[in-house]
Write a protein that binds this ligand. Structure first.
Ligand SMILES: *[C@@H]1O[C@H](CO)[C@@H](O)[C@H](O)[C@H]1NC(C)=O
Length: 586
Protein backbone atom coordinates (compact mmCIF):
# COMPACT_ATOMS: atom_id res chain seq x y z
CA UNK A 1 0.00 0.00 0.00
CA UNK A 2 2.67 2.43 1.09
CA UNK A 3 4.67 1.38 -1.92
CA UNK A 4 1.85 2.23 -4.33
CA UNK A 5 1.37 5.53 -2.61
CA UNK A 6 5.02 6.28 -2.96
CA UNK A 7 4.91 5.22 -6.58
CA UNK A 8 1.91 7.46 -7.21
CA UNK A 9 3.59 10.38 -5.53
CA UNK A 10 6.69 9.75 -7.55
CA UNK A 11 4.65 9.51 -10.72
CA UNK A 12 2.90 12.81 -9.95
CA UNK A 13 6.24 14.40 -9.27
CA UNK A 14 7.51 13.20 -12.61
CA UNK A 15 4.42 14.51 -14.38
CA UNK A 16 4.86 17.81 -12.61
CA UNK A 17 8.51 17.97 -13.53
CA UNK A 18 7.55 17.17 -17.11
CA UNK A 19 5.90 20.56 -17.28
CA UNK A 20 9.23 22.12 -16.65
CA UNK A 21 11.86 19.87 -18.08
CA UNK A 22 12.18 17.56 -20.98
CA UNK A 23 12.44 13.85 -20.51
CA UNK A 24 12.56 12.58 -24.07
CA UNK A 25 14.33 9.38 -25.05
CA UNK A 26 17.58 10.98 -25.97
CA UNK A 27 17.75 12.31 -22.45
CA UNK A 28 19.03 9.03 -21.13
CA UNK A 29 22.17 9.88 -23.14
CA UNK A 30 23.05 6.26 -23.79
CA UNK A 31 23.05 4.63 -27.20
CA UNK A 32 23.25 1.15 -28.61
CA UNK A 33 25.44 0.61 -31.65
CA UNK A 34 23.77 1.92 -34.81
CA UNK A 35 21.05 3.61 -32.82
CA UNK A 36 19.75 6.80 -34.32
CA UNK A 37 21.50 9.97 -33.16
CA UNK A 38 19.68 13.21 -33.81
CA UNK A 39 21.22 16.46 -34.89
CA UNK A 40 18.84 19.26 -33.95
CA UNK A 41 19.13 22.58 -35.67
CA UNK A 42 18.26 25.34 -33.28
CA UNK A 43 18.66 28.92 -34.31
CA UNK A 44 20.60 31.30 -36.41
CA UNK A 45 21.50 34.88 -35.67
CA UNK A 46 24.15 37.57 -35.64
CA UNK A 47 27.25 36.73 -33.65
CA UNK A 48 27.11 40.12 -31.96
CA UNK A 49 23.84 39.40 -30.21
CA UNK A 50 23.18 35.98 -28.80
CA UNK A 51 19.62 36.96 -27.91
CA UNK A 52 18.53 37.82 -31.43
CA UNK A 53 17.81 34.48 -33.00
CA UNK A 54 15.83 33.24 -35.94
CA UNK A 55 14.70 29.83 -36.89
CA UNK A 56 17.50 27.96 -38.63
CA UNK A 57 15.36 27.04 -41.60
CA UNK A 58 14.01 30.56 -41.98
CA UNK A 59 17.19 31.10 -43.98
CA UNK A 60 16.25 28.77 -46.86
CA UNK A 61 18.66 26.05 -45.85
CA UNK A 62 17.55 22.71 -47.16
CA UNK A 63 16.64 19.83 -44.93
CA UNK A 64 17.91 16.26 -45.15
CA UNK A 65 15.71 13.59 -46.66
CA UNK A 66 15.12 11.66 -43.51
CA UNK A 67 11.57 12.19 -42.28
CA UNK A 68 10.92 13.27 -38.73
CA UNK A 69 11.81 11.16 -35.76
CA UNK A 70 9.55 10.56 -32.79
CA UNK A 71 7.61 13.53 -31.57
CA UNK A 72 9.85 15.80 -29.58
CA UNK A 73 8.55 17.42 -26.47
CA UNK A 74 9.61 20.93 -25.81
CA UNK A 75 9.40 22.46 -22.38
CA UNK A 76 7.79 25.74 -21.54
CA UNK A 77 11.08 27.30 -20.56
CA UNK A 78 12.50 26.46 -23.98
CA UNK A 79 9.56 28.17 -25.62
CA UNK A 80 10.12 31.22 -23.47
CA UNK A 81 13.73 31.37 -24.53
CA UNK A 82 12.85 30.95 -28.16
CA UNK A 83 14.48 27.56 -28.43
CA UNK A 84 12.70 25.79 -31.22
CA UNK A 85 14.57 22.72 -32.30
CA UNK A 86 14.07 21.36 -35.77
CA UNK A 87 15.31 18.08 -37.08
CA UNK A 88 18.22 18.50 -39.45
CA UNK A 89 17.21 15.54 -41.56
CA UNK A 90 20.70 14.08 -41.35
CA UNK A 91 20.94 10.33 -41.02
CA UNK A 92 23.36 9.66 -38.18
CA UNK A 93 23.84 6.39 -36.39
CA UNK A 94 25.82 5.62 -33.29
CA UNK A 95 29.38 4.53 -34.12
CA UNK A 96 28.57 4.21 -37.82
CA UNK A 97 31.03 6.20 -39.90
CA UNK A 98 29.51 8.10 -42.76
CA UNK A 99 31.70 9.23 -45.61
CA UNK A 100 30.96 12.41 -47.49
CA UNK A 101 27.40 12.28 -48.72
CA UNK A 102 25.13 14.79 -50.34
CA UNK A 103 21.96 15.20 -48.32
CA UNK A 104 20.10 17.97 -50.04
CA UNK A 105 20.36 20.74 -52.59
CA UNK A 106 19.08 24.30 -52.75
CA UNK A 107 17.80 23.98 -56.29
CA UNK A 108 17.62 27.43 -57.61
CA UNK A 109 19.24 30.27 -55.74
CA UNK A 110 16.78 32.96 -56.74
CA UNK A 111 17.19 36.60 -55.84
CA UNK A 112 15.17 36.27 -52.65
CA UNK A 113 17.26 33.46 -51.24
CA UNK A 114 20.48 34.96 -52.46
CA UNK A 115 19.77 38.28 -50.79
CA UNK A 116 18.90 36.71 -47.48
CA UNK A 117 22.07 34.59 -47.52
CA UNK A 118 24.14 37.63 -48.38
CA UNK A 119 22.55 39.62 -45.59
CA UNK A 120 23.23 36.84 -43.12
CA UNK A 121 26.83 36.35 -44.18
CA UNK A 122 27.51 40.04 -44.09
CA UNK A 123 26.12 40.24 -40.56
CA UNK A 124 28.23 37.33 -39.34
CA UNK A 125 25.39 34.96 -38.77
CA UNK A 126 26.12 31.88 -36.71
CA UNK A 127 23.96 28.86 -36.41
CA UNK A 128 23.50 26.75 -33.36
CA UNK A 129 22.67 23.08 -33.20
CA UNK A 130 22.45 20.34 -30.60
CA UNK A 131 23.67 16.79 -30.72
CA UNK A 132 22.81 14.74 -27.66
CA UNK A 133 22.31 18.05 -25.81
CA UNK A 134 25.83 19.17 -26.64
CA UNK A 135 25.72 22.58 -28.30
CA UNK A 136 27.45 23.17 -31.63
CA UNK A 137 28.14 26.46 -33.25
CA UNK A 138 29.28 27.37 -36.71
CA UNK A 139 29.47 30.26 -39.11
CA UNK A 140 27.38 29.91 -42.21
CA UNK A 141 29.70 31.59 -44.64
CA UNK A 142 32.35 34.12 -45.44
CA UNK A 143 32.57 37.45 -47.14
CA UNK A 144 35.62 38.23 -49.19
CA UNK A 145 36.33 41.92 -48.98
CA UNK A 146 38.72 42.09 -51.94
CA UNK A 147 36.52 40.37 -54.53
CA UNK A 148 33.24 41.47 -52.97
CA UNK A 149 31.92 37.94 -53.16
CA UNK A 150 29.95 35.86 -50.72
CA UNK A 151 30.75 32.26 -49.88
CA UNK A 152 28.56 29.69 -48.20
CA UNK A 153 29.90 26.63 -46.38
CA UNK A 154 28.22 23.58 -47.78
CA UNK A 155 30.01 20.69 -46.11
CA UNK A 156 29.47 19.84 -42.48
CA UNK A 157 31.90 17.42 -40.91
CA UNK A 158 30.92 15.97 -37.59
CA UNK A 159 33.62 14.46 -35.41
CA UNK A 160 31.97 12.67 -32.58
CA UNK A 161 33.91 11.28 -29.65
CA UNK A 162 32.37 8.42 -27.71
CA UNK A 163 33.19 6.59 -24.53
CA UNK A 164 31.37 3.31 -24.00
CA UNK A 165 27.76 3.91 -24.94
CA UNK A 166 27.79 7.63 -24.44
CA UNK A 167 28.66 10.61 -26.61
CA UNK A 168 31.24 12.75 -24.87
CA UNK A 169 32.56 15.15 -27.48
CA UNK A 170 31.36 16.69 -30.72
CA UNK A 171 33.12 18.97 -33.15
CA UNK A 172 31.51 20.39 -36.23
CA UNK A 173 33.67 21.73 -39.00
CA UNK A 174 32.26 23.76 -41.85
CA UNK A 175 34.12 23.32 -45.10
CA UNK A 176 33.83 23.62 -48.84
CA UNK A 177 33.09 27.23 -49.65
CA UNK A 178 30.75 27.80 -52.55
CA UNK A 179 30.61 31.21 -54.17
CA UNK A 180 27.06 32.53 -54.21
CA UNK A 181 25.73 33.50 -57.60
CA UNK A 182 22.16 33.90 -58.83
CA UNK A 183 20.54 30.84 -60.26
CA UNK A 184 23.06 28.22 -59.17
CA UNK A 185 22.19 25.03 -57.36
CA UNK A 186 23.93 24.55 -54.02
CA UNK A 187 24.40 20.95 -52.90
CA UNK A 188 24.97 20.29 -49.23
CA UNK A 189 27.05 17.40 -47.93
CA UNK A 190 27.92 15.93 -44.59
CA UNK A 191 30.19 13.32 -43.10
CA UNK A 192 30.38 11.72 -39.70
CA UNK A 193 33.48 10.32 -38.04
CA UNK A 194 33.40 8.42 -34.79
CA UNK A 195 36.42 8.30 -32.51
CA UNK A 196 36.92 6.83 -29.09
CA UNK A 197 37.54 9.64 -26.66
CA UNK A 198 39.13 9.88 -23.24
CA UNK A 199 36.72 12.57 -22.05
CA UNK A 200 34.57 11.50 -19.11
CA UNK A 201 30.83 11.78 -19.55
CA UNK A 202 30.51 14.06 -16.52
CA UNK A 203 33.17 16.39 -17.86
CA UNK A 204 31.83 16.64 -21.35
CA UNK A 205 30.55 20.18 -20.84
CA UNK A 206 33.86 21.40 -19.51
CA UNK A 207 35.16 22.33 -22.92
CA UNK A 208 32.39 24.91 -23.29
CA UNK A 209 33.36 26.66 -20.10
CA UNK A 210 35.88 29.39 -20.23
CA UNK A 211 37.91 29.44 -17.02
CA UNK A 212 40.40 31.90 -18.41
CA UNK A 213 37.54 34.35 -18.78
CA UNK A 214 35.44 33.63 -15.72
CA UNK A 215 38.24 32.81 -13.33
CA UNK A 216 40.39 35.62 -14.52
CA UNK A 217 42.48 37.40 -11.90
CA UNK A 218 40.22 40.44 -12.24
CA UNK A 219 37.26 38.39 -11.14
CA UNK A 220 38.97 37.02 -8.05
CA UNK A 221 40.39 40.41 -7.32
CA UNK A 222 37.05 42.18 -7.57
CA UNK A 223 35.44 39.71 -5.23
CA UNK A 224 38.26 40.10 -2.76
CA UNK A 225 37.89 43.84 -3.10
CA UNK A 226 34.18 43.81 -2.46
CA UNK A 227 34.77 41.55 0.48
CA UNK A 228 37.23 43.96 2.03
CA UNK A 229 34.76 46.73 1.38
CA UNK A 230 32.14 44.80 3.31
CA UNK A 231 34.40 44.34 6.30
CA UNK A 232 35.40 47.97 6.20
CA UNK A 233 31.81 49.19 5.84
CA UNK A 234 30.39 47.00 8.55
CA UNK A 235 33.15 48.14 10.89
CA UNK A 236 32.65 51.76 9.97
CA UNK A 237 28.89 51.68 10.25
CA UNK A 238 28.89 49.95 13.58
CA UNK A 239 31.56 52.28 14.92
CA UNK A 240 29.83 55.45 13.78
CA UNK A 241 26.48 54.33 15.00
CA UNK A 242 27.77 53.09 18.34
CA UNK A 243 29.62 56.31 19.07
CA UNK A 244 26.98 58.66 17.75
CA UNK A 245 24.16 56.80 19.29
CA UNK A 246 25.93 56.65 22.64
CA UNK A 247 26.45 60.39 22.45
CA UNK A 248 22.84 60.91 21.44
CA UNK A 249 21.63 58.79 24.30
CA UNK A 250 23.86 60.66 26.74
CA UNK A 251 22.53 63.98 25.50
CA UNK A 252 18.96 62.84 25.69
CA UNK A 253 19.33 61.52 29.20
CA UNK A 254 20.94 64.80 30.30
CA UNK A 255 17.91 66.58 28.95
CA UNK A 256 15.78 64.29 31.07
CA UNK A 257 17.31 65.84 34.16
CA UNK A 258 16.61 69.44 33.16
CA UNK A 259 13.42 70.95 34.46
CA UNK A 260 10.57 71.76 32.16
CA UNK A 261 11.36 75.40 31.60
CA UNK A 262 14.94 74.72 30.73
CA UNK A 263 13.87 72.03 28.34
CA UNK A 264 11.41 74.27 26.54
CA UNK A 265 14.12 76.81 26.00
CA UNK A 266 16.80 74.22 25.35
CA UNK A 267 17.78 73.22 21.86
CA UNK A 268 16.47 69.72 21.51
CA UNK A 269 17.28 68.32 18.13
CA UNK A 270 18.03 65.09 16.35
CA UNK A 271 16.23 61.88 15.64
CA UNK A 272 14.47 61.64 18.97
CA UNK A 273 12.29 64.60 18.00
CA UNK A 274 10.45 62.62 15.37
CA UNK A 275 9.49 59.74 17.66
CA UNK A 276 5.83 60.63 17.27
CA UNK A 277 5.99 60.28 13.48
CA UNK A 278 8.64 57.76 12.76
CA UNK A 279 6.20 54.88 12.77
CA UNK A 280 3.59 56.73 10.78
CA UNK A 281 2.52 54.64 7.80
CA UNK A 282 4.30 55.70 4.61
CA UNK A 283 2.33 57.24 1.79
CA UNK A 284 0.83 54.67 -0.60
CA UNK A 285 0.95 51.77 1.89
CA UNK A 286 -0.57 49.32 -0.58
CA UNK A 287 2.10 49.78 -3.19
CA UNK A 288 4.78 49.92 -0.55
CA UNK A 289 3.85 46.63 1.09
CA UNK A 290 3.39 45.00 -2.31
CA UNK A 291 6.91 46.02 -3.26
CA UNK A 292 8.37 44.79 0.01
CA UNK A 293 6.57 41.45 -0.25
CA UNK A 294 7.75 41.09 -3.81
CA UNK A 295 11.28 42.02 -2.78
CA UNK A 296 11.44 39.34 -0.10
CA UNK A 297 10.19 36.79 -2.60
CA UNK A 298 12.67 37.77 -5.29
CA UNK A 299 15.50 37.70 -2.76
CA UNK A 300 14.58 34.13 -1.82
CA UNK A 301 14.13 33.14 -5.46
CA UNK A 302 17.58 34.45 -6.29
CA UNK A 303 19.24 32.54 -3.47
CA UNK A 304 17.41 29.30 -4.28
CA UNK A 305 18.08 29.54 -8.01
CA UNK A 306 21.75 30.22 -7.51
CA UNK A 307 21.96 27.36 -5.03
CA UNK A 308 20.23 25.04 -7.50
CA UNK A 309 22.64 26.17 -10.19
CA UNK A 310 25.61 25.47 -7.93
CA UNK A 311 24.53 22.00 -6.95
CA UNK A 312 22.70 21.02 -10.11
CA UNK A 313 25.18 21.96 -12.87
CA UNK A 314 22.18 23.49 -14.56
CA UNK A 315 24.14 24.80 -17.50
CA UNK A 316 24.33 21.32 -18.98
CA UNK A 317 20.63 21.18 -19.65
CA UNK A 318 18.96 23.50 -22.13
CA UNK A 319 17.06 26.35 -20.41
CA UNK A 320 16.83 24.45 -17.16
CA UNK A 321 17.92 27.53 -15.25
CA UNK A 322 14.93 29.47 -16.46
CA UNK A 323 12.68 26.51 -15.70
CA UNK A 324 14.14 26.29 -12.20
CA UNK A 325 13.65 30.01 -11.66
CA UNK A 326 10.00 29.86 -12.73
CA UNK A 327 9.41 26.85 -10.53
CA UNK A 328 11.08 28.47 -7.51
CA UNK A 329 9.21 31.70 -8.13
CA UNK A 330 5.86 29.95 -8.12
CA UNK A 331 6.76 27.87 -5.08
CA UNK A 332 7.92 30.83 -3.00
CA UNK A 333 4.76 32.88 -3.48
CA UNK A 334 3.79 32.44 0.20
CA UNK A 335 6.89 34.46 1.11
CA UNK A 336 5.51 37.36 -0.86
CA UNK A 337 2.09 37.06 0.74
CA UNK A 338 3.51 36.69 4.23
CA UNK A 339 5.80 39.72 4.23
CA UNK A 340 3.58 41.94 2.08
CA UNK A 341 0.37 41.03 3.90
CA UNK A 342 1.78 41.36 7.41
CA UNK A 343 3.41 44.71 6.63
CA UNK A 344 0.16 45.99 5.15
CA UNK A 345 -1.73 44.90 8.25
CA UNK A 346 0.82 46.58 10.53
CA UNK A 347 0.48 49.77 8.53
CA UNK A 348 -3.22 49.65 9.31
CA UNK A 349 -4.38 48.85 5.80
CA UNK A 350 -7.92 47.57 5.44
CA UNK A 351 -8.21 46.54 1.78
CA UNK A 352 -5.97 43.55 2.04
CA UNK A 353 -7.40 41.64 -0.93
CA UNK A 354 -6.50 44.51 -3.19
CA UNK A 355 -3.02 44.60 -1.67
CA UNK A 356 -2.61 40.86 -2.18
CA UNK A 357 -3.64 41.05 -5.83
CA UNK A 358 -1.18 43.85 -6.49
CA UNK A 359 1.50 41.96 -4.61
CA UNK A 360 1.01 38.71 -6.52
CA UNK A 361 0.82 40.21 -9.95
CA UNK A 362 3.26 43.08 -9.66
CA UNK A 363 6.38 41.29 -10.82
CA UNK A 364 4.75 38.73 -13.14
CA UNK A 365 2.88 41.49 -14.94
CA UNK A 366 6.04 43.53 -15.19
CA UNK A 367 7.89 40.63 -16.81
CA UNK A 368 4.96 39.50 -18.94
CA UNK A 369 4.20 43.04 -20.02
CA UNK A 370 7.75 43.47 -21.21
CA UNK A 371 7.74 40.02 -22.84
CA UNK A 372 4.49 40.85 -24.58
CA UNK A 373 5.85 44.09 -25.90
CA UNK A 374 9.09 42.48 -27.10
CA UNK A 375 7.06 39.66 -28.57
CA UNK A 376 5.20 42.06 -30.81
CA UNK A 377 8.47 43.42 -32.05
CA UNK A 378 9.87 39.92 -32.45
CA UNK A 379 6.86 38.88 -34.47
CA UNK A 380 7.30 41.88 -36.66
CA UNK A 381 10.89 40.84 -37.32
CA UNK A 382 10.03 37.09 -37.51
CA UNK A 383 12.46 36.22 -34.77
CA UNK A 384 12.44 32.75 -33.22
CA UNK A 385 11.97 34.38 -29.85
CA UNK A 386 8.32 35.04 -30.49
CA UNK A 387 6.61 33.20 -27.67
CA UNK A 388 3.88 30.76 -28.73
CA UNK A 389 0.36 31.56 -27.65
CA UNK A 390 0.02 28.31 -25.69
CA UNK A 391 3.07 29.18 -23.64
CA UNK A 392 1.58 32.52 -22.76
CA UNK A 393 -1.55 30.70 -21.69
CA UNK A 394 0.52 28.35 -19.55
CA UNK A 395 2.22 31.30 -17.87
CA UNK A 396 -1.14 32.92 -17.20
CA UNK A 397 -2.38 29.64 -15.73
CA UNK A 398 0.62 29.40 -13.42
CA UNK A 399 -0.05 32.95 -12.23
CA UNK A 400 -3.73 32.31 -11.58
CA UNK A 401 -3.72 28.78 -10.24
CA UNK A 402 -0.40 28.48 -8.43
CA UNK A 403 0.97 31.90 -7.60
CA UNK A 404 -2.30 33.50 -6.52
CA UNK A 405 -3.51 30.74 -4.15
CA UNK A 406 -0.08 30.36 -2.58
CA UNK A 407 0.05 34.10 -2.13
CA UNK A 408 -3.34 34.00 -0.45
CA UNK A 409 -2.08 31.39 2.01
CA UNK A 410 0.96 33.53 2.76
CA UNK A 411 -1.12 36.66 3.19
CA UNK A 412 -3.53 35.02 5.63
CA UNK A 413 -0.64 33.60 7.63
CA UNK A 414 1.16 36.94 7.62
CA UNK A 415 -1.87 38.94 8.72
CA UNK A 416 -2.61 36.56 11.57
CA UNK A 417 0.88 35.82 12.80
CA UNK A 418 2.65 39.14 12.29
CA UNK A 419 -0.09 41.62 11.49
CA UNK A 420 -0.37 43.39 14.88
CA UNK A 421 1.02 46.89 15.02
CA UNK A 422 3.90 46.71 17.50
CA UNK A 423 5.78 49.96 17.07
CA UNK A 424 7.82 50.94 20.11
CA UNK A 425 6.50 54.52 20.07
CA UNK A 426 3.00 55.90 19.68
CA UNK A 427 2.20 57.85 16.52
CA UNK A 428 0.99 61.39 17.15
CA UNK A 429 -2.37 62.35 15.72
CA UNK A 430 -1.01 65.36 13.88
CA UNK A 431 2.06 64.98 11.69
CA UNK A 432 5.00 67.12 12.71
CA UNK A 433 6.15 69.64 10.10
CA UNK A 434 9.43 68.67 8.50
CA UNK A 435 12.05 71.37 9.11
CA UNK A 436 14.03 73.00 6.34
CA UNK A 437 17.32 71.30 5.69
CA UNK A 438 20.38 71.30 3.46
CA UNK A 439 19.75 70.13 -0.09
CA UNK A 440 21.82 67.00 0.37
CA UNK A 441 19.60 65.88 3.20
CA UNK A 442 16.53 65.81 0.97
CA UNK A 443 15.12 62.30 0.64
CA UNK A 444 15.48 62.15 -3.13
CA UNK A 445 19.15 63.12 -2.97
CA UNK A 446 19.79 60.47 -0.32
CA UNK A 447 17.83 57.99 -2.41
CA UNK A 448 19.97 58.70 -5.43
CA UNK A 449 23.30 58.56 -3.63
CA UNK A 450 22.46 55.47 -1.59
CA UNK A 451 23.00 53.10 -4.49
CA UNK A 452 26.53 54.10 -5.42
CA UNK A 453 28.43 51.90 -2.99
CA UNK A 454 26.27 48.79 -3.45
CA UNK A 455 26.66 49.22 -7.19
CA UNK A 456 30.40 49.51 -6.73
CA UNK A 457 30.44 46.15 -5.04
CA UNK A 458 28.70 44.33 -7.89
CA UNK A 459 29.53 45.98 -11.16
CA UNK A 460 32.42 43.66 -12.07
CA UNK A 461 30.17 40.68 -11.54
CA UNK A 462 27.60 42.45 -13.69
CA UNK A 463 30.15 42.54 -16.48
CA UNK A 464 30.51 38.75 -16.35
CA UNK A 465 26.78 38.19 -16.17
CA UNK A 466 26.08 40.53 -19.07
CA UNK A 467 28.79 38.94 -21.14
CA UNK A 468 27.44 35.46 -20.65
CA UNK A 469 23.94 36.63 -21.42
CA UNK A 470 24.68 38.56 -24.58
CA UNK A 471 27.70 36.71 -25.95
CA UNK A 472 28.60 33.08 -26.45
CA UNK A 473 29.89 32.32 -22.98
CA UNK A 474 28.34 29.88 -20.57
CA UNK A 475 28.12 31.29 -17.07
CA UNK A 476 29.08 28.66 -14.56
CA UNK A 477 30.75 30.37 -11.60
CA UNK A 478 27.59 30.49 -9.53
CA UNK A 479 29.63 30.31 -6.33
CA UNK A 480 31.01 33.72 -7.17
CA UNK A 481 27.55 34.93 -7.90
CA UNK A 482 26.26 33.79 -4.53
CA UNK A 483 29.14 35.46 -2.74
CA UNK A 484 28.59 38.71 -4.60
CA UNK A 485 24.90 38.53 -3.80
CA UNK A 486 25.60 38.21 -0.09
CA UNK A 487 28.10 41.06 -0.31
CA UNK A 488 25.51 43.18 -2.09
CA UNK A 489 22.98 42.52 0.65
CA UNK A 490 25.38 43.44 3.44
CA UNK A 491 26.68 46.56 1.73
CA UNK A 492 23.18 47.75 0.88
CA UNK A 493 21.94 47.25 4.42
CA UNK A 494 24.91 49.09 5.95
CA UNK A 495 24.81 52.02 3.57
CA UNK A 496 21.07 52.49 3.78
CA UNK A 497 21.10 52.41 7.58
CA UNK A 498 23.58 55.26 7.58
CA UNK A 499 21.44 57.14 5.04
CA UNK A 500 18.37 56.68 7.20
CA UNK A 501 20.24 57.85 10.28
CA UNK A 502 21.16 61.11 8.53
CA UNK A 503 17.60 61.56 7.36
CA UNK A 504 16.10 61.01 10.82
CA UNK A 505 18.70 63.27 12.38
CA UNK A 506 17.53 66.00 10.03
CA UNK A 507 14.14 65.38 11.66
CA UNK A 508 12.63 64.01 8.52
CA UNK A 509 10.58 60.94 9.36
CA UNK A 510 9.87 59.70 5.81
CA UNK A 511 12.42 56.92 6.13
CA UNK A 512 10.40 54.03 4.73
CA UNK A 513 10.23 55.13 1.13
CA UNK A 514 13.61 56.80 1.32
CA UNK A 515 15.36 53.65 2.50
CA UNK A 516 13.56 51.57 -0.10
CA UNK A 517 14.39 53.94 -2.93
CA UNK A 518 17.96 54.44 -1.74
CA UNK A 519 18.49 50.68 -1.95
CA UNK A 520 16.66 50.48 -5.24
CA UNK A 521 18.84 53.15 -6.79
CA UNK A 522 21.56 50.48 -7.05
CA UNK A 523 19.53 49.17 -9.97
CA UNK A 524 19.42 52.61 -11.52
CA UNK A 525 23.22 52.53 -11.68
CA UNK A 526 23.14 48.99 -13.02
CA UNK A 527 20.87 50.23 -15.79
CA UNK A 528 23.25 53.08 -16.56
CA UNK A 529 26.07 50.54 -16.62
CA UNK A 530 24.11 48.40 -19.05
CA UNK A 531 23.95 51.44 -21.31
CA UNK A 532 27.73 51.74 -21.12
CA UNK A 533 28.03 48.02 -21.83
CA UNK A 534 25.73 48.35 -24.82
CA UNK A 535 27.73 51.14 -26.36
CA UNK A 536 31.24 49.93 -25.65
CA UNK A 537 31.12 46.17 -25.23
CA UNK A 538 28.55 44.91 -27.68
CA UNK A 539 28.24 45.27 -31.40
CA UNK A 540 24.49 45.49 -31.45
CA UNK A 541 22.69 47.83 -33.76
CA UNK A 542 19.27 48.57 -35.12
CA UNK A 543 15.91 49.14 -33.51
CA UNK A 544 15.19 45.50 -32.78
CA UNK A 545 18.40 44.74 -30.91
CA UNK A 546 18.29 48.03 -29.03
CA UNK A 547 14.73 47.57 -27.87
CA UNK A 548 15.43 43.99 -26.96
CA UNK A 549 18.55 44.78 -25.03
CA UNK A 550 17.05 47.59 -23.02
CA UNK A 551 13.85 45.68 -22.49
CA UNK A 552 15.72 42.79 -20.88
CA UNK A 553 18.00 45.08 -18.95
CA UNK A 554 15.04 47.12 -17.76
CA UNK A 555 13.35 44.06 -16.33
CA UNK A 556 16.58 42.84 -14.76
CA UNK A 557 17.17 46.26 -13.18
CA UNK A 558 13.61 46.44 -11.90
CA UNK A 559 13.94 43.07 -10.22
CA UNK A 560 17.29 43.98 -8.76
CA UNK A 561 15.91 47.33 -7.62
CA UNK A 562 13.02 45.71 -5.79
CA UNK A 563 15.40 43.28 -4.07
CA UNK A 564 17.94 45.94 -3.07
CA UNK A 565 15.17 48.29 -1.95
CA UNK A 566 13.84 45.55 0.27
CA UNK A 567 17.30 44.93 1.71
CA UNK A 568 17.55 48.63 2.47
CA UNK A 569 14.12 48.80 4.03
CA UNK A 570 14.50 45.62 6.07
CA UNK A 571 17.83 46.71 7.54
CA UNK A 572 16.61 50.21 8.29
CA UNK A 573 13.41 48.90 9.81
CA UNK A 574 15.35 46.78 12.29
CA UNK A 575 17.65 49.70 13.05
CA UNK A 576 14.85 52.22 13.58
CA UNK A 577 12.97 49.89 15.90
CA UNK A 578 16.10 49.30 17.87
CA UNK A 579 17.03 52.94 18.46
CA UNK A 580 13.53 54.09 19.28
CA UNK A 581 12.85 51.25 21.64
CA UNK A 582 15.89 52.06 23.77
CA UNK A 583 15.39 55.81 24.06
CA UNK A 584 13.09 56.98 26.82
CA UNK A 585 10.15 58.93 25.54
CA UNK A 586 8.07 61.01 27.89
C1 LIG B 1 37.50 18.31 -31.13
O1 LIG B 1 38.43 19.37 -31.20
C2 LIG B 1 39.33 19.43 -30.11
C3 LIG B 1 40.20 20.66 -30.27
O2 LIG B 1 40.60 20.84 -31.57
C4 LIG B 1 40.14 18.13 -30.03
O3 LIG B 1 40.99 18.17 -28.93
C5 LIG B 1 39.18 16.96 -29.90
O4 LIG B 1 39.89 15.75 -29.90
C6 LIG B 1 38.18 16.97 -31.03
N1 LIG B 1 37.21 15.92 -30.80
C7 LIG B 1 36.88 15.01 -31.71
C8 LIG B 1 35.89 14.00 -31.34
O5 LIG B 1 37.38 14.99 -32.81
Amino acid sequence: MAATQRATAFFLLIVFMQCFTTLADEHSHTYDDSEEVVLWMNTIGPYANRQETYNYFSLHFCQGKKEGINHYHESMAEDLQGIELEFSGLDIHYKRTQSKLQYCTIDNLDKDKLDSFKYAIRNNYWFQAYLDDLPLWGTIGEYDESTKSFYLFTHRRLDIGYAGNRIVDVNMTNENKVKLEPGIAVPFTYEVNWKPSAVKYHDRFDKYLDPSFFQHRIHWFSIFNSFMMVIFLVGLVSMILMRTLRKDYARYSKEEDMDDLERDLGDEYGWKQVHGDVFRAPSRPTLFSALIGCGYQLAVVTVCTIALAIFGDLYTERSSLLAAAIFVYAATSPVNGYFGGSLYARLGGKRWIRQMLISSFFFPSLVCGMAFFLNFIAMYYHVARAIPFLTMLAVAAICLFIILPLNLVGTILGRNLAGQADAPCRVNAVPRPIPEKKWYMEPYVIALLGGILPFGSIFIEMYFIFTSFWAYKIYYVYGFMLLVYVILAVVTICVIIVCAYFLLNAEDYRWQWTSFLAGASTAFYVFLYSYYYFVFKTKMYGLFQTVFYFGYMGVLSMGLGIVCGTFGYAGTNAFVRKIYSTVKID
